[in-house]
Design a protein around this ligand. Structure first.
Ligand code: C5P
Length: 247
């Protein structure tokens, strides 16, 4: 498989709409509708408004949608949840990859069975490795090893199970690109902080430019865009500044 090719830098940006209601998301969406970024909707909005409404919302704006579902459960439940999500035709969704190989294979089966039974579009299925809010020390305490080696382990299982890509920190992107087992995975990287933004609860961060240089495909960016510092301006201004940085 060859690497994803982007026709313009805006296509690499996934804006995290971490807001309570679609009415709030709409204000941001209206102002950025012509930019061609992907809308990332997580459990905050997806749970309250419903995933179906969230997907319709993004598609009304002509945007691709990444449903950040982070499914984690026993294999059969992950399979059924993945099947249910695929029926709604998101462009991307994810499951937690810090689990068994079997569970990840069941997620792929859930997607494939929905595509076959309901003739729906095949979404891009991602596996979340170690959350970017987890520090290296916390990774040792939770998983018994440093974040770099756990990301490599979880990404290798994701590739082996047939997932399309992983969510990781851009700090780990070059190691995944250099490793033959994970080199072709689509790399989606949160924990992106332009030099002008606060890091907040994110621990394993990079700037947009570093992320691209390390081999990331998509950059998930929330607060730096939705709550930009006053000297940057509006969410639209923040996106334009990031596009300039990665162009
Ligand atoms: O505001 P910020 O840029 O930190 O937002 C990052 C977004 O990416 C949040 O919506 C968060 O849930 C999501 N995310 C993450 N780390 C992952 C997977 C998703 O931060 N590993």
């Amino acid at each position: 498989m060859s690497r994803k090719v982007f026709s313009n830098p805006a296509e690499r940006i996934m804006v995290a709409f971490d807001v309570d209601e679609l009415s709030e998301a709409k204000i941001i969406a209206e102002s950025i509708r012509d930019l061609g970024v992907t809308f990332k909707i997580g459990n905050q909005l997806g749970t309250y408004e419903g995933w179906k409404a969230a997907i319709e919302f993004a598609h009304e704006y002509g945007a691709l949608i990444f449903c950040d579902t982070k499914f984690k459960d026993i294999p059969e439940t992950v399979k059924k949840s993945s099947r249910a999500m695929t029926r709604l035709e998101p462009d991307f969704f994810n499951v937690m990859a810090d689990t068994t190989l079997d569970t990840l294979k069941f997620a792929v089966d859930g997607v494939d069975s929905a595509v076959q039974d309901f003739a729906v579009k095949k979404p891009i299925l991602l596996g979340v490795t170690v959350l970017t809010s987890i520090s290296n020390d916390e990774s040792v305490s939770i998983y018994g090893a440093d974040s770099a080696s756990k990301v490599l382990q979880f990404a290798t299982s994701a590739a082996q199970a047939g997932l399309d890509g992983v969510v990781c920190s851009a700090q780990e992107a070059s190691a995944l690109r250099d490793n033959p087992a994970t080199t072709d995975l689509l790399l989606v990287t949160p924990g992106i902080r332009p030099a002008w933004a606060a890091s907040g609860d994110q621990q394993r961060i990079t700037t947009p430019k570093q992320a691209i240089e390390n081999g990331a495909d998509y950059l998930v960016i929330g607060r730096p865009i939705t709550q930009p510092p006053s000297e940057i301006g509006t969410p639209r201004d923040a996106i334009l500044k990031i596009i300039e940085e990665i162009s």
